[in-house]
Design a protein around this ligand. Structure first.
Ligand code: GDP
Ligand code: IMO
Ligand code: MG
Length: 431
């Protein structure tokens, strides 16, 4: 049986966790394949509100195997904390496995992340400061420490003896910062290792065996396509290797690309972004503020608590991300946030230096100069949160959703009208 990938089609926080929670019941394995605790996925169900950063959303089902795949950057302290919090709330983490090839976020990574941001000054990316970029940079530079090394005391000692002096030289000579003491780092991380060791295994074998048994795997994307190193608004992007697009999912899980037969693209009914970088439809006016505060879950970052930048739906960026990810079907989330508007704009093209453009430019300068060309749709000014069938939505909300589907160019399968598990429309016919 196949693997399905759930990806974010915008700049992250589209509601991927909420959608994975919804469809996880049909899968036997749920896995994260990229990023680290720069991600924050919120799930609300009868057990309460959960903000997950490394653990896949499937953990809230008692019968699912959950995998932190080889493409994830694992901060062991954060993961242990997340496990402890879940257990304290009565959620069993017994079936949580961690790839022996996943890279470890070491204590110098957040330090370097924050120092790099300071050095960039006005060009700061606005990272989450969790050390994820520097961890992936070390992966690529062949200076990483993997979970398999961490849980083997001799291998860890050997690896840290090589890597830490190197990183301390970088800390002291490049950044004028304090070096980290070997014995302290070794002792602290050895203690983390002993607690995580029973979960560390070759998770790609677990995934491939599940596929061979005819079971379904759900691959939970992090971030969004517009934050991708290659496809996104470089250099205001995240540094995940492999990419958090669907193309990275097979690599980050250790399965083959042909095992993936479905890509569900999650899109908010408008745009948000945390951190810096281009956002052509950003609203700095009262409408932007309404998008930020409307409804039960205001636009506040799950990981850093920063207010999210908000703007009208950008169909240029969103149709591009659908193509980039081979999106086969769409989930639209947070439609209810648009309930109060009398009229709603959708950006169909950019105008850059007087020219009409229908795909995002590579150049940051051009992206920053992109002016949105809007079409205006009537709002519905009615409560959409009670709709459970597409036909229950106010007629103008139906029109709006259909128009997003046309502009993205893919069929709509799910419309979310609230953060809770049952506040959703499963669209079972062409709309
Ligand atoms: P993720 O990173 O893509 O998993 O998204 P986040 O969890 O960071 O942010 C999405 C936010 O929107 C969370 O607070 C969710 O609880 C909330 N949410 C998800 N779907 C809906 C929806 O349809 N309506 C509303 N009002 N909130 C939603
Ligand atoms: P989820 O999975 C929103 C953003 C950061 C910053 C940029 C680089 O919850 O959708 P990083 O710390 O990754 O080096 O920061 O990327 N960013 C996210 N924004 N949602 C996320 O994840 C994000 N992960 C990274 O805000 O702009
Ligand atoms: Mg998030």
């Amino acid at each position: 049986m196949p693997a399905t990938v759930v990806i974010g089609g915008q700049w992250g926080d589209e509601g991927k966790g909420r959608i994975v929670d919804l469809i996880a019941r049909d899968a036997s394995v749920i896995a994260r394949y990229s990023a680290g605790n720069n991600a924050g996925h919120t799930i609300i169900n009868e057990q309460g509100v959960f903000a997950l950063h490394i653990v896949p959303a499937g953990i809230l089902y008692p019968d699912k195997t959950c995998i932190v795949g080889n493409g994830v950057a694992v901060d062991p302290a954060v993961l242990l904390d997340e496990i402890a919090t879940l257990e304290a709330r009565g959620v069993s983490t017994e079936r949580l496995l961690i790839s022996d090839r996943a890279h470890v976020v070491m204590p110098y990574h957040p330090i370097i992340d924050q120092l790099d941001e300071q050095l960039r000054g006005a060009a700061a990316v606005g990272t989450t400061g969790r050390g994820i970029g520097p961890c992936f940079a070390d992966k690529v530079a062949r200076l990483g420490i993997r979970m398999g090394d961490l849980v083997d005391p001799r291998a860890f000692h050997e690896r840290l003896s090589f890597v830490l002096p190197y990183k301390n030289a970088v800390l002291t000579r490049l950044y004028d910062a304090e070096p980290l003491p070997f014995d302290e780092v070794y002792a602290t991380y050895s203690e983390y290792a002993s607690r995580l060791a029973p979960r560390v295994t070759d998770t790609s074998v677990v995934a491939r065996e599940a596929l061979a048994r005819g079971e379904s795997i759900l691959l939970e994307g992090a971030q969004g396509a517009l934050l991708d190193l290659d496809g996104g608004t470089y250099d205001y992007v995240t540094s995940s290797v492999p990419s958090s697009t669907s193309a990275g999912a097979a690599i980050g899980m250790g399965i083959g690309p042909a095992d993936i037969t479905k890509v569900l693209g999650v899109y908010k009914a408008y745009m948000t972004r945390v951190g810096n970088g281009p956002m052509p439809t950003e609203l700095l006016d009262e409408d932007g503020q309404i998008l930020r505060i409307q409804g039960p879950r205001p636009e506040i970052g799950t990981t850093t608590g920063r207010p999210r930048r908000t703007g009208w739906f950008d169909a240029v960026a969103s149709s591009y991300s659908a193509q980039l990810n081979s999106v086969s079907a769409i989930a639209i989330t947070r439609l209810d946030v648009l309930d109060p508007f009398a009229s709603i704009k959708v950006c169909t093209h950019y105008k850059i230096d007087g020219k009409i453009v229908s795909t995002p430019p590579a150049s940051l300068g051009a992206f920053n100069r992109a002016e949105p060309e809007y079409e205006e749709l009537p709002g519905w000014q009615a409560d959409s949160t009670g709709a459970r069938r597409f036909e229950d939505l106010p007629p103008n909300a139906q029109r709006y959703v259909k128009r997003l589907g046309e502009l993205i160019g893919r069929p709509i399968e799910i419309v979310s009208v609230g953060p809770e598990r049952e506040q959703v429309i499963m669209v079972d016919h062409a709309i």
